[in-house]
Design a protein around this ligand. Structure first.
Ligand SMILES: Cc1cc2nc3c(=O)[nH]c(=O)nc-3n(C[C@H](O)[C@H](O)[C@H](O)COP(=O)(O)OP(=O)(O)OC[C@H]3O[C@@H](n4cnc5c(N)ncnc54)[C@H](O)[C@@H]3O)c2cc1C
Length: 392
């Protein structure tokens, strides 16, 4: 069994670290360190570099281009990348639809889509949520009507992250209204360039543009773009959501944020910046460091525990804790910076923050409020734990 400190793991860590040091372009590292959100080009460039080494999708089976690494090695890999300030790759292709395609897709679909996800040349977005179907996803109404070799799609998705630069959207659509809601849903792969697809931006409270509304008006989608069977989409949707929650423990981000926070505190203490003698801030930082370490151990236990009957409960637990940590760390980042933490960093605009460590602090604080919403809200995760874990 792997352990975090085995000789093999130490050698692996070193190999990853050496690769990242030699290959992560400096400007990319600099932008991520300063709190800029990676652009499409950043993600594309870094995914292509990782792909060159065979490391762009470590969690995929080897026959589809994965690495065959143990879950623990994958965790170490993700942490190393985050701590080196590499941009996180877009999750929608690599983590979400890729595994659905290689598990449920046809050979043609595997051949068509997987290589372009792996090398970063095509980007995806996730068309699940609708204005009246978020937590209650099965109420979705975007309709797909079969007409010969095509589906005609009409409806609207909302909160669609990265739709503004996605090439494809995987979409849950209603193909039957007659029975139980879950039984009339299908999953379609839709080309974002199709006539009738319109993307409208939603600007979030950090004044940035991640999320969108996506409208479908008489969009013709080839029937061969259906995943699996018609009306069986709920099964694929749930498989995907399980992966989304498991990959949402946010450990690499929490460790990256903690590292930055500690650096700021240490530097400020060295420079004797006013207010930083505050023992309460120091104690809170130490408490968070302990919680991040405990979070890491909890994930380690889940990854090395074969009792998979509790897998969905465990995924919900680490999702809640990961979100909570990200929110608390980003709040403390703003707090330790005092007045320098208050200005809102806006991409593509120059600001004088007074302190380089302040760049991105407020925008991270604001956008991190969303991590307890997307991928299933905290309340929904609590419901899963109560029902499936505690059998209440
Ligand atoms: C930044 C961001 C990015 C996102 N990206 C995407 C994306 O790329 N693709 C996509 O499809 N979706 C995306 N989402 C949507 C996200 O998945 C939904 O917002 C989320 O599932 C909640 O749905 P809702 O917004 O409709 O809220 P609602 O479901 O209306 O919930 C409102 C409140 O009621 C609570 N609630 C609802 N039902 C229950 C219940 N049964 N028990 C207890 N409490 C309950 C919720 O916890 C919440 O507090 C994104 C959201 C955000 C904020």
């Amino acid at each position: 069994m792997d352990t975090l400190d085995s000789t093999e793991m130490r050698a692996f860590r070193r190999e990853v670290r050496d690769f990242v040091t030699a290959n992560l372009p400096k400007p990319l590292e600099q932008r991520c360190r300063q709190g800029f959100h990676p652009s499409k080009e950043d993600m594309r460039e870094w995914t292509a570099i990782l792909h060159g080494k065979g490391w762009s999708a470590p969690h995929w089976p080897t026959r589809y281009g994965g690495t065959g690494w143990s879950p623990l090695k994958r965790m170490v890999f993700d942490i190393e990348l985050a701590e080196a300030w590499a941009p996180a790759p877009s999750p929608f292709g690599l983590h979400l639809i890729g595994p659905v395609i290689y598990t449920f897709g046809t050979d043609q679909q595997k051949e068509r889509y997987l290589p372009r996800i792996l090398d970063g040349s095509e980007f995806w977005c996730q068309g699940y949520s609708e204005p009246n179907a978020g937590s209650d996803l099965a109420s979705l109404r975007t309709a797909a009507k079969r007409e010969g070799d095509y589906y005609r799609v009409n409806g609207q998705k909302i909160w669609t992250s990265q739709a503004q630069f996605a090439d494809w959207i995987f979409c849950l659509v209603r193909t039957d209204n007659s029975g139980k809601k879950q039984n009339g849903i299908s999953m379609l792969l839709i080309d974002m360039r199709s006539p009738g697809v319109t993307v409208k931006p939603i600007i979030t409270q950090d004044m940035d543009h991640y999320v969108n509304e996506v409208f479908f008006e008489d969009v013709r989608v080839p029937a061969e773009n259906l995943i699996g069977e018609e009306n069986a989409g709920w099964r694929y949707a749930k498989f995907l959501l399980e992966n989304e929650r498991t990959s949402s423990a946010y450990l690499p981000q929490a460790k990256q944020d903690m590292k930055r926070l500690r650096e700021i505190l240490d530097r400020m203490r060295e420079q004797q910046t006013d207010g930083i003698d505050d023992e309460a801030l120091d104690a809170e930082c130490a408490a968070l460091e302990i919680e991040v370490a405990a979070h890491e151990l909890a994930i380690y236990r889940i990854l090395t525990d074969n009792a998979s009957s509790q897998a969905d409960t465990a995924a919900s637990m680490v999702k809640i804790q990961g979100a909570r940590l990200q929110q608390r760390i980003s709040a403390l980042w703003v707090e330790v910076l005092g007045m320098h933490g208050l200005p809102l960093f806006q991409p593509h605009r120059e600001h004088d923050f007074g302190d380089p460590a302040a760049m991105g602090a407020m925008s991270q604080f604001l956008i991190r409020r969303a991590v307890s919403i997307y991928g299933g809200t905290n309340e929904i995760q609590h419901g899963i734990i109560a029902k499936r874990g505690l059998h209440l």
